[in-house]
Write a protein that binds this ligand. Structure first.
Ligand code: SF4
Length: 70
């Protein structure tokens, strides 16, 4: 039984998650002043839905971005 449980656990961990759906482009480390550094898009809506390549900003980047907007 534990073999089956381990197999399901491995399968579940290997599946892609949809966590990026909770985020916006502006929260992504690849987002820079209206442009996406990953896809090389410009005019990206900061409030738009993040894509599966979303990469969370590090804490220092978030604090720096907040300081710039104040
Ligand atoms: S969420 Fe995707 S499209 Fe948006 S900035 Fe990040 S990598 Fe680019």
């Amino acid at each position: 039984m534990s073999l089956l449980r381990n197999a399901f656990g491995r399968l579940r961990r290997g599946l892609p998650t949809m966590d990026f759906m909770k985020n916006k482009h502006e929260d992504c480390a690849n987002f820079d002043n209206g442009a996406c550094k990953f896809f090389h898009f410009t005019n990206v809506d900061p409030k738009g839905q993040a894509c599966p390549h979303f990469k969370a900003k590090k804490k220092a980047e978030v604090e720096t971005a907040d300081a710039v907007h104040v």
